[in-house]
Design a protein around this ligand. Sequence first.
Ligand code: Z5A
Length: 227
Amino acid sequence: MLNQKVNSYYQRPGEMSGLGRFITVEGGEGAGKSSNLAFIQALLEAAGKQVLFTREPGGTPLGEAIRELLLGHKHTGMADDTELLLMFAARAEHLQRKILPALEQGAWVLCDRFTDASFAYQGAGRGIADDRIALLERFVQGALRPDLTLLLDLPVETGMERAGNRSQPDRFEREAETFFNKVREGYLRIAAREPERVRVIDASPALEAVQKQIVDVMQGYLDSLDG
Ligand code: Z5A
């Protein structure tokens, strides 16, 4: 029902009166999403927004179970299409059970990764054609897209070095540098295509300098809503 309502407007959630905004954060391996998400949430809350923080794949009990299948090592030879479909199965559950109800109640949803990750990882990384992913995007989301996306971008080598200290790399983190270079290029292509929605943050300097850029982007976005 809810997504029928959202689809019937055929607009982004923020463009519908009374609905919250949908903000996503993306980036490659070790880009610093986890290090910055709480900071972004605090900025929004300081601006008086009610924020629901969530993540993909995951965000619901079923989604988290799918996440385990995707990131664990039990199914290392998973077919690329299966990986893509599982991402969207988790996303369908996430949208129906959590994201859309929160937006409907006026909350701002802050999500660690969303469909741009499917285009970057399964599309650019694995080589699945964009139009096949776009088909699933329309099927699962209708017209719903994030209002704002922060893309934390940094050279793959730097990200891998930062993430390198993890004792138990997940199924994606075991990929080679060439895979992550394709993912980065995929993300940057999306940002070039949609510069209004996707703001690129240079994630290579020290955290303080990264967070200064985040403040500028978030402040600019909040100001644009007031204007
Ligand atoms: N995936 C997909 O393929 N398709 C999809 O549709 C979706 C997801 C939705 C799980 O994502 C995997 O799912 C992901 C893509 C795939 N695989 N990969 N790779 P995830 O988001 O849960 O996992 P992750 O990408 O590995 O994120 P992470 O582990 O949370 O890393 P991060 O958040 O980007 O980095 P971090 O933990 O904040 O920082 C890494 C280290 O760097 C840490 O020690 C920090 O202290 C340090 N750091 C952070 N910033 C700085 C700065 N500025 N300077 C110095 N050091 C820093």
